[in-house]
Design a protein around this ligand. Structure first.
Ligand code: 2HA
Ligand code: ZN
Length: 265
């Protein structure tokens, strides 16, 4: 295995993002997954390292809009903790069939590993993000941060209510996710139903709470997707503390939040 590929961007940042998420405590065992759609310019230096034989596996969806696109994605059942030690075994690159109904592995996934169990959620959301910004690359992070998950047992599963609670906790929030946080009830992990519901919300927002499970965050870079998850989880941690201390005694007013939104557009 040629190690040179590991130092190319965005590969090096992808591996680092997996490790940072592990250090955050977001990825117990094989929890969570990360994917990244490479732009044409990013892909070029990778081509000499890829094995492009046509060994396609079916996708349980039709995504012709992603035809021929390349994705980095974590492997199913593998641990984020181990990605930086042995990238080829724990992540890989796939290319989508021109028809959009199959994919093949072009790098990594050593010893028969497969892409993440949430492959469909990732690809279906990549399709709507690509539709909005075809020239950009896109990162999607699914993580299991404890505080936002804890809140999904306490707060009503209402998008406006949860968004507002988080906006109040940390002034960054309204700037980082002005579209709000999408909210889904518990759905079977890895299911087509969860993938479709997430795709639908991701047309409008960049982060979705999967109640009693985790969050799913999008960004045009790995840093932006990670930073979004980090901001949401930080606000959630403050809210958990506030609730544990007996609840709010004061908070920013509606007009103060509005002035923040206006100043930062
Ligand atoms: O990768 O987190 O949602 C395991 C999961 C599934
Ligand atoms: Zn999960």
């Amino acid at each position: 295995m040629n190690k040179e590929i590991l130092s190319l961007e965005p590969m090096a940042s992808f591996i680092n993002t997996c490790h940072e998420g592990w250090l955050k405590g977001w990825h117990e065992r094989n929890g969570g997954n990360l994917s990244y759609r490479l732009s044409k310019t990013e892909l070029a230096p990778f081509l000499p390292f890829l094995s492009l034989e046509e060994n396609y596996l079916p996708l349980n969806a039709s995504l012709p809009f992603l035809g021929e696109d390349f994705f980095l994605i974590t492997a199913s059942g593998k641990f984020m903790k181990n990605v930086s030690k042995d990238p080829e075994s724990n992540i890989g690159m796939v290319q989508i069939h021109p028809d959009g109904n199959a994919y093949h592995k072009v790098w990594g996934f050593k010893e028969g590993a497969h892409p993440s169990s949430e492959l469909l959620s990732h690809l279906m959301t990549h399709a709507v993000k690509k539709e909005k910004h075809p020239e950009n690359s896109c990162a999607l992070l699914h993580a299991h941060p404890a505080n936002i998950i804890a809140l999904s047992f306490i707060l009503p599963l209402n998008e406006e209510l949860i968004t507002r609670e988080l906006w109040e906790m940390l002034s960054e929030c309204i700037i980082v996710f002005p579209e709000g946080l999408g909210v889904l009830p518990w759905m079977l992990p890895g299911s087509l139903e969860l993938a479709q519901a997430s795709q639908n919300l991701m047309k409008r927002v960049n982060a979705v709470l999967w109640a009693h499970h985790g969050i799913f965050c999008a960004g045009s870079s790995l840093d932006l997707a990670f930073g979004l998850a980090d901001t949401i989880e930080k606000a959630a941690e403050i809210l958990v503390k506030v609730l544990s201390m007996g609840g709010k005694k004061q908070k920013p007013s509606h007009s103060q939040l509005l002035s923040l939104a206006e100043k930062y557009q």
